[in-house]
Design a binder for this molecule. Structure first.
Ligand code: AMP
Length: 303
């Protein structure tokens, strides 16, 4: 099945307790498509970049077989820019800068060849643009997954609620789930989120793993206790890419298969944090990914 990913393609400035990077390629759609490229037979990208995004940067996507027909390049503006600084625990971070630039008036155009996508991954992006993408697809994809972030919960809450009513799966982190629902208990937060539209909710808890909820079921996947965590940026998006990529590969959207997809998503997130930016998820082999997924099984196997 083919996967369509929409989100930001950006430049990031990152600061963690282990070092700094001034300008690395980032953005939700970058991590999603790179991670998904190891699984989905076809990955299509819809995003916008500015004049500072060179053909070599575009090649990063091509080298992973990602279709870039839907990547708009604007000559009059700079790319989306984000700067973040992590606290010592690496689970929390401060956003230092968000420059929307090309995102301010992004009009997502869906190429004709993307129209038949079966899985749609709406990466972190302005909620109204996420909604526009859904409306511009002639046929609703079989599975629509969305992610979001504290900024949009703060400044575009109403639009966000509308998109929530249109999707099948919401992927969100614990703090955002609490901010969105005003519930401290994640179980209650998940219930409120399920009431808002999605049939499934994934709550990511950073180094403490992820929870998958449906109306009547819960599944917990741990995160791999790693010796070295350099930079958590993009972990959530790599998770989403692995998750949706695996579902597009298998074409099975049952709760049981979603559990496997959560493990593959967690595996991609665990690779992502091992190096700065998306570097680590760029040159993986499928056998490395399978090996890592097996480590997750081993981690929680009792007998
Ligand atoms: P994550 O660590 O998975 O939350 O994703 C980090 C990525 O999200 C970075 O590469 C940023 O460029 C991108 N990002 C940061 N803020 C936003 C935002 N408000 N909307 C969309 N993407 C963002």
């Amino acid at each position: 099945m083919s996967l369509l990913a929409v989100g930001t393609v950006a430049f990031d400035a990152l600061e963690t307790p282990f070092g700094k990077a001034e300008k690395v390629i980032g953005g939700s759609a970058t991590y999603i498509t790179l991670a998904a490229s190891y699984f989905a037979p076809k990955v299509n990208l819809v995003a916008v970049v500015g004049y500072d995004f060179t053909p070599e940067h575009v090649n990063t996507f091509r080298q992973h077989g990602i279709d870039v027909e839907g990547l708009q390049v604007r000559q009059d503006k700079k790319s989306f820019f984000w700067a973040g600084r992590y606290h010592n625990d690496m689970n929390t971070r401060d956003t230092l800068v968000t420059e929307l630039n090309v995102l301010e008036d992004f009009d997502p155009v869906i190429p004709e060849s993307y129209q038949d996508c079966q899985v749609l991954m709406l990466g972190n992006l302005t909620p109204s643009i996420q909604a526009t993408v859904i409306h511009r697809l002639k046929n609703r994809p079989q599975l629509v997954v969305m992610d979001t972030m504290n900024l949009w919960i703060s400044i575009a809450f109403e639009e966000l609620k509308q998109v929530l009513g249109l999707v099948d799966v919401l992927s969100i982190n614990d703090e955002e789930a609490r901010q969105l629902t005003r519930e401290y208990s994640l179980r209650l937060a998940a219930r409120r989120l399920l009431e808002m539209g999605p049939k499934y909710v994934i709550i990511k808890k950073g180094e403490h793993g992820a929870l998958l909820f449906s109306q009547d079921k819960v599944f917990f996947a741990p995160a791999l206790p790693l010796e070295e965590v350099f930079d958590p940026t993009g972990a959530g998006d790599s998770f989403a890419g692995g998750f949706t990529g695996y579902l597009a590969r298998t074409g099975d959207f049952s709760f049981e298969n979603m559990k496997r997809a959560v493990i593959y998503g967690s595996a991609m997130a665990s690779f992502c944090v091992e190096k700065f930016g998306p570097e680590r998820i760029m040159g993986l082999s499928y056998s490395e990914i399978e090996e890592r997924a097996a480590q997750f099984h081993e981690l929680v196997r009792i007998v």
